[in-house]
Design a protein around this ligand. Structure first.
Ligand SMILES: Cc1cc2nc3c(=O)[nH]c(=O)nc-3n(C[C@H](O)[C@H](O)[C@H](O)COP(=O)(O)OP(=O)(O)OC[C@H]3O[C@@H](n4cnc5c(N)ncnc54)[C@H](O)[C@@H]3O)c2cc1C
Length: 466
């Protein structure tokens, strides 16, 4: 360490996304002296939060921005369904209840809401959309935090934490080629998951991880998470699990955000690099199934797949940022995709033969299915027979990892001996596994980060002045 500049703050916030900002603003409002450290340069600040669009929160009536009520029991049922019960019920109940004032709180901190659009992913009743998406959210919060007096430092990656017997003393921060030690009375860790750390992903996925696309920031390396676990924090969430969807294989390695997502699979067939189908493309409604396709493709050879379509369905989905690859015949399409032409022709012919025609209805489970085919296509099975044919290449796109640290109702990190750390708090994706042990509920990542960010900010400020 070249410089051990001793600086003392009441609250040190590590991370620069939604959870960190909610924590920093809340602690500052409670009169604490707050420093926020963001690993990324200013232009890339905001972590995965800058890719978001909407947030889910409890509300008892429609508003200008939400089309109807979303009561507590329905919210709870939705959470229970997606997690299959893998949730800490006390923390889940707390998250739901404490979300009730988020709409108003966020507006007071600079967020502008968007009026519901027709067909906003069928979420306009449960979820509110912010104007300008996640970048505007993050910009508004940084602006408010700065005006409140939060000190902000970019290009500041926390590399080590000094935590002794559950007590935080200081953090070592890398900045402009130097290392500095920063002391604070309390620390809030809001540095996201480890989804951008390919070597860490390789511990579970082997070389396959080299072929994953990471949908969000490259700065979520999980360094702080690893430090916390090494210092005896109790883990939560399955380390092997991640939320992963199908993204366009032509997208960037990191930060593709929402524009590389592909929702084409139910409209045709999906094949691997041997031109073979490997899963039921019409198993259930797409919102219930889109998040299994990242994992399915991750288990295919070379982690590549192709969504194959014909011209009948091309108007039915949101296109990727990249154009579909066109061809006049299945053979020509195979050549364009570097697949064996006879294999793809055989797969398409076998699929077409097995389709049992029925009333096609992409808005519901229509029972248009295959017969005698393995794997089957259970709904929306239409023959691929109207040229031109089209394809999108697919890769697993990792959204976030589930491994995190255990917290209590005061957002204190719980240690292996079951006791909460004295002055170490966590918020956001780094602790989301307490509430969301499995599955995902649209807009709920921000809910967890906002609720626990505010709790952590309040509790850390209280702890610092005690
Ligand atoms: C493409 C995409 C779309 C999404 N859409 C939605 C949506 O619409 N609604 C929703 O609720 N959720 C959505 N999510 C999930 C959502 O992004 C997360 O749940 C949420 O943003 C997590 O917030 P966070 O503050 O915990 O983490 P992040 O926003 O990821 O912030 C982590 C921060 O920590 C910083 N950091 C990391 N390591 C260090 C370190 N060692 N030192 C200092 N700083 C560090 C990073 O630079 C980053 O700023 C989406 C995710 C993706 C990838």
């Amino acid at each position: 360490m070249s410089d051990r500049a001793a600086r003392t703050f009441d609250v040190l916030v590590v991370g620069g996304g939604n959870a960190a900002l909610c924590a920093a603003m809340t602690a500052r409002r409670a009169a604490a002296k707050v420093l926020l450290l963001e690993a990324s340069p200013e232009a890339f600040r905001g972590g995965n939060s800058r890719h978001t669009r909407d947030i889910r929160y409890l509300h008892d009536r429609s508003t200008d921005y939400l089309t109807g009520a979303y009561p507590e029991d329905e919210f709870w049922d939705d959470l229970f369904r997606v997690t299959g019960g893998e949730t800490n019920e006390r923390l889940a109940g707390l998250t739901i209840r404490e979300s009730a004032d988020l709409g108003e709180w966020m507006a007071r901190h600079g967020i502008r809401w968007q009026r519901p659009l027709h067909g906003t992913l069928h979420l306009s009743r449960t979820n509110a959309f912010f104007l300008g998406g996640g970048k505007a959210l993050v910009n508004a919060y940084y602006d408010t935090a700065r005006r409140l007096g939060v000190q902000l430092a970019y290009d500041s990656e926390v590399r080590e934490l000094d935590i002794r017997e559950g007590r935080f003393l200081s953090a070592v921060v890398g900045r402009e080629g130097e290392s500095r030690e920063i002391r604070a009375k309390t620390v809030i860790l809001a540095s996201g998951g480890f989804e951008a750390n390919i070597p860490w992903l390789k511990e579970y996925w082997g070389e396959a991880a080299d072929n994953f696309a990471i949908r969000g920031t490259p700065y979520n390396q999980g360094r702080v998470l690893r430090q916390l676990l090494d210092h005896g924090a109790r883990p939560v969430g399955n380390p092997r699990e991640f939320h992963a969807i199908a993204v366009d294989a032509r997208g960037p390695k990191f930060d593709g955000g929402i524009v590389t997502r592909l929702d084409t699979i139910p409209f045709g067939i999906a094949v691997n690099e041997h031109a073979r189908r490997f899963y039921d493309e019409g198993e259930d409604l797409w919102p219930k199934r889109y998040a299994i396709w990242g994992g399915l493709i991750a288990r295919q050879p070379d982690q590549i797949a192709f969504s194959i379509l014909d011209s009948k369905v091309m108007e039915r989905f949101m296109p990727s940022v990249f154009p579909a690859i066109p061809a006049h015949s299945v053979r020509e399409l195979a050549l364009a995709l570097k697949l064996a032409p006879t294999a793809l022709e055989a797969t398409v012919a076998e699929f077409n033969r097995s389709v049992r025609p029925g009333p096609y209805d992409p808005s519901g489970l229509d029972g248009c299915r295959t017969e005698g085919l393995e794997p089957p296509k259970s709904h929306w099975a239409l023959r691929l027979d109207v040229p031109p044919f089209y394809a999108y290449p697919l890769r697993p796109g990792i959204t976030f990892t589930y491994l995190g640290v255990t917290v209590d109702e005061r957002a204190r990190v719980v240690m292996q001996d079951d006791r909460p750390a004295q002055n170490v708090f966590a918020a956001g994706e780094i602790m989301a596994g307490n509430v969301l042990g499995r599955g995902y509920l649209a807009g709920f990542g921000l809910t967890i980060g906002s609720v626990f960010g505010r709790i952590a900010g309040r509790e850390a400020a209280r702890c610092a002045v005690a």
